[in-house]
Design a protein around this ligand. Structure first.
Ligand code: KG4
Ligand code: ZN
Length: 346
């Protein structure tokens, strides 16, 4: 099998990223990934400002592609294809990446594919690891999505559960804002929680009858607990309890998905997959169930172009290619509201 190198571009939110991945079958090797974060531009607003994000992508897109190629020692002429995250996301931000990717593919006369960002978070677990055993239950927990999937193969996937309100990462960010511990807050809350006692402050674990998730109730419970004079000064304990109930809900649904749909592997990705408690507890759950666990390496959990290059490479390697009319879309076909067979992406 000949290995080929694919360029991936990610610009769906506030990271401008370019990566080169070598593909041979389901083997995906990251040669370089260059990501320019915009956290400092949005911090004062405590959220991503779309207009600021798209302008920053315009400034950064060509430099990140250039430096990824230089780091991998691959010239543009050696590329076998270009992949771009084209949905879901901020439309102005997505358009910058899609336009850059189309121009490059047109100029180089190579295949061009659009990649669903949610699917890419799952494919992140395949990067730099041996191919895994299918079928799998996939879990994406990020700032925008918390979803469960049945996966027959990397590209044959169906949605089986999704959040009905906030995403897990969004809840972590809002929880961190309530506790006054930084923006974006998921990683800081995780670090603070390590030193806390998760049993000291009781918060409720949300249990829906379906495989769906809901995180808005625990956010309110945290806000009330943080106002209670008995707990107000216990930031680490509040963070630990909050983290415990979010991760417990995620893993409860993961366990129920495994009951319903037997699988050989659990595949986890998205920014919240970097969470230390989730990584520990998912390992324990999978050990108990006798299934393999593949969680994306922490550097591939948050938004990056390596996962986009990887997901696109799987399609390009099979001879697939999108038309020039493929464009940016704010919503994902893999998100809530598109259940069962309609959610299949091929
Ligand atoms: O996947 P991602 O980079 O962007 C989206 O596609 O949304 O995820 C970002 C989210 C943010 O909400 C961030 O706070 C959260 O992932 N996050 C974490 C951790 N690291 C990042 N949440 C909990 N624990 C972490 N260690
Ligand atoms: Zn993401």
């Amino acid at each position: 099998m000949t290995a080929r190198v694919i360029l991936g571009i990610e610009s769906s939110c506030d990271e401008t990223s370019a990566a080169l991945v070598r593909v041979a079958g389901e083997s995906l090797q990251v040669l370089a990934c260059n990501t320019a974060s915009q956290d400092e531009l949005h911090a004062e607003y405590r959220g991503v400002v779309p207009e600021i994000a798209s302008r920053a992508h315009l400034d950064r897109i060509i430099p990140v592609v250039r430096s990824a190629c230089a780091e991998a020692r691959v010239s543009l002429q050696q590329l076998a294809g270009v992949a771009v995250g084209h949905r879901p996301g901020l439309i102005g931000s997505l358009l910058v990446g899609v336009s850059a990717a189309k121009s490059l593919a047109w100029g180089l006369n190579v295949p061009f594919v659009g990649v669903d960002h949610v699917l890419a978070h799952l494919i992140a677990g395949l990067l730099d690891h041996p191919p895994l055993v299918w079928p799998a239950i996939g879990l994406v927990a990020s700032g925008g999505h918390t979803s469960l999937f049945r996966m027959q193969s990397p590209l044959d996937i169906a949605l089986i559960g999704a959040t009905i309100d906030d995403a897990a990462g969004e809840a972590f960010d809002k929880g961190a804002a309530i506790l006054g511990i930084g923006y974006p807050g998921g990683a800081s809350l995780d670090a603070v929680a390590e030193a806390g006692d998760a049993a000291r402050i009781p918060l409720p674990i949300t249990r829906l009858p379906s495989l769906d998730f809901s995180f808005s109730g625990v956010k309110t419970a945290l806000a009330l607990a943080a106002k209670n004079p008995e707990h107000a000064h216990r930031t680490a304990d509040l963070a630990a309890s909050f983290r415990r109930v979010i991760i417990a809900q995620v893993l409860r649904n993961l366990g129920r998905a495994l009951d319903e749909y037997p699988a050989a592997t659990v595949l986890v990705g998205g920014g919240v997959a970097a969470n230390r408690l989730l990584r520990r507890d998912a390992a324990a759950l999978c050990l108990e169930r006798g299934v393999a666990l593949r969680i994306a390496d922490p550097r591939w959990c948050t938004d990056n172009a390596a996962m986009i290059a990887g997901a696109g490479a799987l399609r390009i390697d099979r001879g697939e290619c999108d038309g020039w009319d493929m464009t940016a879309q704010p919503l994902s076909a893999l998100a809530r509201g598109r259940r069962g067979p309609q959610a299949r992406i091929q």
